[in-house]
Design a protein around this ligand. Structure first.
Ligand code: KIV
Length: 265
């Protein structure tokens, strides 16, 4: 039997140049199918609010809902690392962040929590890592900041914004973050950030040079209504069934075939 993947193992994958394959899941059935397909990491994203609950943003998702869905996914997984999003306003200060993260770890079985933002999150990242709660940071497009950003566009396009993002990535690593999601940033910037960090980067709309890739499962299965984002790809179309689509995603990420230039900025 395969041993469970660990967070240090994800770091070794970066060191060895083995690409990390990750998808989002919200229930035990999908999680088990991802497990079988050989995913390294499964994220219970607060994209839950959009793809499962039908909201226009991730903002309405509550901590109780994240705990519930993470515990469902936990029951479907054996080997993949389980990461859960801290939802909007559940980590505005170190005290609440510790309580929220403890629920995701203790009640739901998450191995790592993810939070959005750079410089202003450093104190929270330090507080969590000092209590041995591993943190995945998230830079670039921050869906929880949609009202401030004014939409879901590509971030870090100009030199000043790119410099700030690179600095924030280094600060988050120094504060103890063990993984970094880069969402919707130019491929050249993601390459620079990935080369500058010893922790793995996981891209979504961040080009092929990240240490791993993550997609929202509903997008890569073509379930999400409306226009598919440029950075995603419908794997179900060619694979034919859901398990094969997950397997194909893992193979294409490992081989560096996904994402292609047509999925990158
Ligand atoms: O909530 C989510 O699904 C995410 C991914 C887009 C990385 O944060």
């Amino acid at each position: 039997m395969d041993l469970p993947r660990t967070i240090p193992e994800l770091r070794s994958m970066k060191a060895q140049g083995v690409k990390i394959a990750a998808l989002t899941a919200y229930d035990a059935g999908f999680a088990a199918a991802m497990e079988e397909a050989g995913l390294d990491l499964v994220l219970v994203g607060d994209s839950l609010g959009m793809v499962v609950q039908g909201h226009a943003t991730t903002l309405p998702v509550t901590l109780d809902q994240m705990v519930y869905h993470t515990s469902c996914v936990r029951r479907g997984l054996k080997r993949a690392v389980l990461v859960a999003d801290l939802p909007f306003m559940s980590y505005a200060a170190p005290g609440p962040a510790l309580e929220s993260a403890a629920r995701l770890v203790r009640e739901a079985g998450a191995q790592m929590v993810k939070l959005e933002g750079g410089r202003k999150r450093l104190e929270v990242v330090r507080a969590l890592t000092e209590q041995d709660i591993p943190v995945c940071a998230h830079l670039g497009l921050l869906p929880q900041a949609v009202h401030r950003l004014g939409g879901y566009g590509v971030q870090g396009r100009d030199q000043a914004a790119a410099r700030i993002l690179l600095e924030e990535a280094q600060l988050l690593q120094a504060a103890g973050a063990e993984l970094l999601v880069l969402e919707c940033v130019p491929a050249a910037l993601a390459r620079e950030v990935t080369a500058a960090l010893h922790i793995p980067t996981i891209g979504i709309g961040a080009g092929p040079h990240c240490d791993g890739q993550v997609l929202v499962s509903y997008d890569m299965l073509g379930i999400t209504p409306g226009k598919r984002p440029r950075f995603s790809k419908n794997f179900l179309e060619t694979a034919g069934d859901i398990r094969a689509a997950f397997r194909q995603f893992v193979q294409e990420v490992r081989a560096g075939r996904f994402p292609g230039p047509e999925h990158s900025y």
